[in-house]
Design a protein around this ligand. Sequence first.
Ligand code: 6PG
Length: 237
Amino acid sequence: MELKIYDTKQTVAEEFSGYVSKIATGDQKIHIALSGGSTPKIVFDHLAENYSTQINWENICLYWGDERCVDPSDSESNYKMTVEHLLSKIKIPEGNIFRIKGENDPEAEAERYSEVLQKELPLVDGMPQFDLVILGMGDDGHTASIFPYNIELWDLAANCTVAVHPDSGQKRVSLTGKVINNAKEVAFLVTGTGKADKVHEIIDEQESAKAYPANLVKPNSGNLVWFLDKDAADKIE
Ligand code: 6PG
């Protein structure tokens, strides 16, 4: 596990963008799963403003680690957020974008997206392998859309599952742990004081961390990196 701690969210965005650009080199197709929520916005803005030509987006295939079960035009949609902050500003072929269709029946979409991953990604041990999975973490220690109250979804045999947000009741489609931990690299993108307690509990291997899905992110490759601002890293011992 590698920790990269920076003073500000902006510096995290700059450094994270450089990290992504290094993975997105060469002439091979690169498969990246994006995180949702609000943290990625500043990163996507920086990528769009500074890497629109430095990254060969023709070779980048974009997926999502999770999506809210809403229409792609809904303000809650992770896809909509990504269009606004990144996709609308770069030249990336439509065919390289594999969104989770939040407008579909959740169970059917989890099945469909599981099949998309099986078809589009290289298979390692029979499981889809991303080049990079980008993850956020909630204040409660959730990641993707696997929440502490139903952490058992993490270990499902399926590539994707339907989850329900514990507070809002909003349905989500999420990758499961088997796909996330099969990735060549996994990068957490976590900023803000609200995340400091859980970051400390996970990084410092506290007993309490066992309840958090984010603590289950342990890629088989061993390639796990945390991009943190100093607020989120403030309580690491
Ligand atoms: C989502 C995300 C989720 C997110 C965390 C952190 O759909 O909400 O994928 O896992 O990464 O909740 O969200 P913030 O970046 O908004 O704090």
